[in-house]
Design a protein around this ligand. Sequence first.
Ligand code: ADP
Ligand code: MG
Length: 699
Amino acid sequence: MDELKTSIEYIKGIGPNRAKLMREELNINNYEDLLTFFPFRHIDRSKFYKISEIPKNNIEIQIIGQIIDIKIIGQKKGKRMVAKLKDFSGEIDLVWFKGYRWIKESIIKYKNYVIFGRINWFKGKASLPHPEIQIEDDFKKKIGNKLHPIYHSTEKLTNSGFTQRTIKNIVFELLKTKGNKIKENLPNYLINKLKLISNSEAIKQIHFPENNLLLAKAQFRLKFEELFILQIKMLIKNIERKEKIKGFKFNKIGKSFNYFYKKSLPFSLTSSQINVIKEIRKDLLKGVQMNRLLQGDVGSGKTIVAILCTLIANDNDFQSTIVAPTEILAQQHYNSFKSLLKETNVKCSLLTGSSTKKERNNIKNKLIDGSLNILIGTHAVLQENVEFKNLGLAIIDEQHRFGVAQRSKLWLKNNLPPHILVMTATPIPRTLAMSIYGDLDVSIIKELPPGRLPVKTFHRYENKRLQVFKFIKDQIDNNEQVYIVYPLIEESSKLDYKDLMDGYESISRYFPKPKYQISIVHGKMSSEEKKIEMDRFINHQTQIMVATTVIEVGVDIPNASLILIESAERFGLSQLHQLRGRVGRGKKQSYCILMSSNKLSENGKTRLKTMVETNNGFNIAEVDLKLRGPGDLLGTQQSGIIKLKISDLVKDSEIIKTARNEAVKVLKQDPNLSNKENLILQKTISKMELDKTFWNLVS
Ligand code: ADP
Ligand code: MG
């Protein structure tokens, strides 16, 4: 048996109760889990301060000295133990507010101690609250004056006396006794090629590095392994899918596609759009299920690609569906489908949460008997009781608003899974895409339709409001339409609604009827009300649309050429970029005005500045990623998908590239990993497969 699979309760100092806590709090079960529970930083314990020379700020310091006096002082909540520490240069108080009984008994006066802690300056006097203390000889015998690891612990663990220091000591002992049992996970040829240190060496050095260079080597080695296995896994998934998961063959290009392409296409496609359609066409001919991500910045024209794909499905006698994250967007898609397809005999319907029972039943019947060709809708489409006669293609718009689980629901809508196309405007850096969508094939629309002028973006403070309103008036007098957007961070937040309604009132005063007409749309309205208000704006019966973020994604009203975003500092970058994408959809010069209060956080300033400086979704995504980390960037729905032990999808993008390249090469040589030298990889993969959190993402 593998000794490293032994339960941690057998480790001295842990026992069944703490083991249970470790399992629940940190998902650590056995020796191996503990050894691969990596520290998140290290502190240099080679430097010692003289008491007389400790710095005047609250940093962590280390001192060698003797304890010459111990007292318990104060009453009730102020009760504490104070130990006086002396070195040849001066004295300082060590203070404990709790858990000091045991410490008091164990301290030996006039013996040299190594003390480590964060200085606390109070009224010109320094003290060290709850320091780490160790007899100097023990310190030397154990980890000593090297880099010491710091681990994440949790409140529960700390409260039960199991601090990150305890973890450190236990890992130290475990490495001493079992370190030689750590096995290699990567094949020799890779280790040699990339000059990696061995797994056992890396694990020793990641916890207790001899120096910074070895620490860096250990980090590189462990990150590479993690990312490499992730990439191998994704690539295998992709290959397997192509081999095993049969798909419908769409080999006819028929009437409706051709007719539409020649007769009703409202514009000529950009070459990017044409390329993407070709890529998709190729997929659909293979007899293998398509799993493709279509990425294209806001306004790049993804909808028309989706429409053309549904027509291909239709020509091959298959049904298709498009799922959008909001009702407004589903409604809009439905409108464009209806008007673009009016001269064809393709039948299309809309299904959302607010469809009536009658509509719903009608749709369900027609889906089953096959007389309905295209179903457009929201999450409602994903429900189990929505069944198709022959679903051949499922398209998800604004994929970043959905979770992976929703994508997989579509798989079950036919005996053979339908082809899947997911579309997203949230541009993500390539290295991140490799990790998150690594199992999908990717198509990118690289250009915007011709004649688009970049949106001009300005940042204005509240004191310029009148000028901004004047500018809006000028635009409206010029026959333009305007969005005014209010933050609605939480659907239920009363304060946000108050902001919205107050804003609406003052706008109504400044832009009085009958000359000016205003639409308003927010999440508390019924979908019927929303639809009426949207339609009034679409038909240019109103010039101003006051809205919350319900219009954030997808909405396409080309005549709107100005968007004013109120309290812009409260929005995230990708949200701001999406909102700005509501304008600049026609040939006219469009404007985006970001209104903010004077009080801006550093982060807020960076966001607004970035918006003013660039229109490029990729650049914005890079900044966003740095500010927020990948979880948030992908939307709340997807955060937490990727739980990596040591790598950081943002900071380690170079390692991701290396890992991806190597993984591609290895699989090219040996697609089944059946060569003798690669058997070790099979083992590593199956080992990682047991770790569910790690593989959540690719399942
Ligand atoms: P997104 O990629 O954000 O979903 P849409 O599909 O909504 O973009 O398209 C944005 C706007 O550009 C729409 O008004 C659409 O009709 C228009 N459009 C799309 N493709 C072209 C093209 N090739 N030429 C001109 N206009 C286009
Ligand atoms: Mg869109």
